[in-house]
Design a protein around this ligand. Sequence first.
Ligand code: WTA
Length: 657
Amino acid sequence: MTQSPGQGQALDNLLTESRTFPPSDEFAAQANAKPELYEEAKADREAFWAKQAERLHWDTKWTQVLDWSDAPFAKWFVGGKLNVAYNCVDRHVESGHGEQVAIHWEGEPGDSRAITYAELQREVSKAANALASLGIGAEDRVAIYMPMIPEAIFAMLACARLGAMHSVVFGGFSAEALRTRIEDSECKLVITTDGQYRRGNPAPLKPAVDEAVAGAPSVEKVLVVKRTNTEVAWTDKEVWWHELVDSQSDQHTPEAFDSEHPLFILYTSGTTGKPKGILHTSGGYLTQASYTHYNVFDLKPDTDVYWCTADIGWVTGHSYIVYGPLSNRVTQVVYEGTPNTPHEGRHWEIVQKYGVSIYYTAPTLIRTFMKWGADIPAKYDLSSLRVLGSVGEPINPEAWIWYRENVGGGKAPIVDTWWQTETGAIMISPLPGVVSTKPGSAQRPLPGIGAKVVNDEGVEVPHGGGGYLVLDEPWPSMLRGIWGDEERYKETYWSRFAEQGFYFAGDGAKYDDDGDIWLLGRVDDVMNVSGHRISTTEVESALVSHPTVAEAAVVGASDATTGQGIVAFVILRGGAGDEAGGAEAIKALRDHVAKEIGPIAKPRQIMVVPELPKTRSGKIMRRLLRDVAENRAVGDVTTLADSSVMDLISAGLQSGK
Ligand code: WTA
């Protein structure tokens, strides 16, 4: 099951890059981060984190920074009490910044809205009162299935304010994916919209909720925001947002919750078909989200305009649109739509319109911009940009350099930030103004974070060596578990290097000669498609749930735009008939996967094969299928139960069968 780290030719190319870009004196002089941070953290890690926690308002101060006595279950800032929403909203109004714009929201069809902190406070208070009127209280679970509209952020903060846990489900996921997530955490309420704008057209969203809720008895109410004026089905469970929320009082007193009070669940793909509900709590999470956002993006709350292009359905949207930025009193852009609606310069038009100074996006989008051409950003005034970020997958040096030249004016530092849903916040990244950046490398753990590259035995590899990325110290925003499954939490993250007590991240990594870290992609059966984690098993289960499919094997093959593309090998059922292998039938299979999981999981390619390569113990050898998918000579087949299988597959593919 485990690939050797460092696999994949495209990734090997990464390692030949040796340019570095030192910070300018001008940038360094004004940077939030100072070189001393590293020494400070090293001298006393807990004291360092305690100092970072002081960034927040605590109603009751903690008595202990870290309790790791029940490892791997951590408690941070033990005994402390705070309200996360108060920290992101009210305290900025109280400190005299009520008139500062918190969110410049830009709708896809061109509508826009500027929301000040005072207004955000009123909206979140109204939403909290509304949720309370629906019976939502501390520790209840609320599913949020919405496009990128302000109400999605109000809803998240309203949950936080009440101590309820949100479970945001990406609006591109299918009804079935939504249902399993609602069911796993027994959500009482679903917040959604009638529809969403996608590539210039309104598309319905609510029917997916109807389908999901029909199979999820825990749901008592469905709160619906009107966004596209699309007609929707209505039962006695539904309530309109504008009817319920707008009539509420805009006053709400936040309650202080324990530092370890649960904040949210966010589902992510693991190596099995069942998504994992990653659990995050309050004090430690907000501390690290806030600290990293301030230092990694060099945020100046009075002058910067920040824009993170993620969707709130992913962890990047949680930590770097909602909690980190708002805790730091950001002024930020939130954009509803796709980057090429109505034209391929939409992002740059928005940067110019708002004077965006910090821009955080994913390599897959940068490579798409490259494909569209450098003449497009060149048409806009991007001179306001001063820090650029990247997240979600390794960024290839060509894309990094293109980003720097064509978006960053040849001078904005690029922060390549490595982290995961599980880590809650950025773990590995250069600090702008302190570290000389290197195209393609996330470089070094942030002050306060312990990360290492180790070999199979858990021994750190020398400079120049490769192996597995591990985290060797607990960190404040670490996941506190997998919802409802303690064993899976221990097994997935803490069993691989149990003896050493390391957290196993599931990524391959390498040190260069300077000791900087280069991420090399997943070492498990998780694919990374456009920065989204999708497990091979999840797609395989979707395929075999189709009546024509007997067996399926899925691999992630390298893809110039999306990082990896999903390639499926299927064996059809005996009675499926010849037409089952035809173009129409293949399309039907791709659509079936989209329906089961969501369009992001649609295989790029489906190949019908007579057999699958298996070991004597029956394990599918994905390595060999990846060779086929990437058009390489097939590797060592000696461990196959039947070594002629690969010939059969190749012969069938060549003859077009
Ligand atoms: C990958 C996204 C290389 C990695 C925040 C990780 C990266 C997974 C980077 C987590 C990066 C994320 N360089 N790889 N800068 N950032 N990854 O949970 O494989 O959606 O394990 O969190 O994305 O994906 P997730």
